[in-house]
Design a protein around this ligand. Sequence first.
Ligand code: ADP
Length: 580
Amino acid sequence: MKTVYSYVKPYWLPALFAFILMLTELFIELVQPLIIAKIIDDGIVVNDIEAIKNWGIVLVFLAIVALIAGIINSYFAAHVAHSFGFDLRNALFSKIQAFTMATYLKFPTSGLITRLTNDVTQVQNVLFMSLRILVRAPLSASLSLVMAFIINPKIALFLLIGAPIVVGFLYFMVKKGITYFAQVQWRLDRVNRVLQECLQAIRLVKAYMRNEYESSRFQQVANSLKLDTTRALRIMEFIMPALLLIMNLSLLAVIWFGSIEVSTGNAQVGELVAIINYAMRVTGNFSMFAFIIIAIARAKASSDRMKEVLLVDGNGLEVEKSESELKNDNLIEEIGTVRFEKVSFTYPNTELLVLSDISFEIKQGEKLAIMGETGSGKTTLLNLLPRFYEPTSGKIFVNGRNVLDWQLEELRAMIGFVPQKSLLFTGSIQENLKWGKQDAIFSEVRLAAEQAQIHETVETFPNKYDTRVGQKGVNLSGGQKQRLSIARALVRKSRILVLDDSTSALDVKTEAALWDALEEENTTMFVVTQKVRTAKTMDKILLLHDGKVEAYGTHDELLQISERYRQIVESQQEQVGEEG
Ligand code: ADP
């Protein structure tokens, strides 16, 4: 638990203050029965009105102090718990942002979301409760017992009749309770995950009419949750009444023996009343135990999960190298030059060689088309360029410098990246386009939109560049999203532009206009494409097959040297013929 709870440290002072106030409340709670005993023995029994009045005033005064202490304690406990939650959430978020791509793959997205939302809340609640009742209930129960003994050990002894059984039950309840409720928490995560997956893929679910399948999948996990929760609660339902029964029997014994002692003059009425009062406190606090166990078990499961994220270190994080580790002097080639030297790559924790012995070079301003069937390694090759992953062997040079010797930030600033799946954020079109360059002025945004062939479309929207996209905004077609996604990369005016099959939804005319517009820019381009028509307009083509370079050269050269390329060309010509 240490890693997670170390975030309480900055708030030790208000936490200590809250703790002291809690002890104040506890102290008052413990002396109250004594004062009541005084009122009975020194006041009511001997008919001393003055004593009743004086002790009464003390009682009321203490009650007011306890009330005020309680209110201030709540205030500080809430302050500590929420500040802790805030810091922890931010720490988790920063940590996740620094994950390498390989680390991301280890955590399902839904799991990360649960950690930042529900898990933080669980631990935050337990911290709040620790400063309120979590510590107080067991303390109050045991100290009440001690007080009963101080008042009259003979009578109080009857409270211990059931002690061995109570201790046994408590031990069993804590042990099983924590295990079972941790299991319940885990089941709840599964329910969340299935729900999240289904919602994310809702179109697919509808299109494939998989509603019933998804419902049954949900029912399965929900049923497991139900069964495990029932099992966990049953333990509590069995043990809690048993415990209370034992406690109440002890209480009966106390009253019975106590009344004999009072009648024989060995004890005073007030003493007996005080002991009964303490006994009731013990019982009352016991009934909170189930609640406390559930809270602790949940927080334990949650903090364990958050610990997994917080403990990611070393190779799991993208860490900028220090100046001394970087060789800054070897910028020997023109900006925008990219060279792959015998690059091979295997994804972390897998065996398959996804890229094997890839070598090629493109000069500043050259445009490279990357072709190859699905799974041939095109996206993987692009992912190595901004160092999402590092090559397993071989070297990649950008501007003549090994990518491993670049500051990540500098390297990535050089590259405009348009991923296969266009993603837009909730916000206006302008905000989306400026996302990669916050200080871009409107004319830059507009130029990028014009080059990406989306400006005219945006002009037709109700609020033009201020039109909102995403939820409650305009609905965009796949092609419009692709063009906005390209425009976002163009705003950055990067020296290297990477387009991962990002023009698939554009019609022939629009795509041609896009390439024409980009011709004016002196940008080195990597364009993954399935279309020979697109590849032809590029300076070079890299044809991949099974992670290896099948052929590399211009369209005409490839026609000469590669049978596979000729086949692709022919199949697309047939298609064009059929379409025409
Ligand atoms: P393409 O873009 O040409 O369709 P990819 O680069 O996406 O091909 O994939 C190449 C190979 O790498 C495939 O066999 C794919 O299964 C594998 N692969 C892709 N991403 C991962 C990953 N994150 N972990 C493990 N293997 C992967």
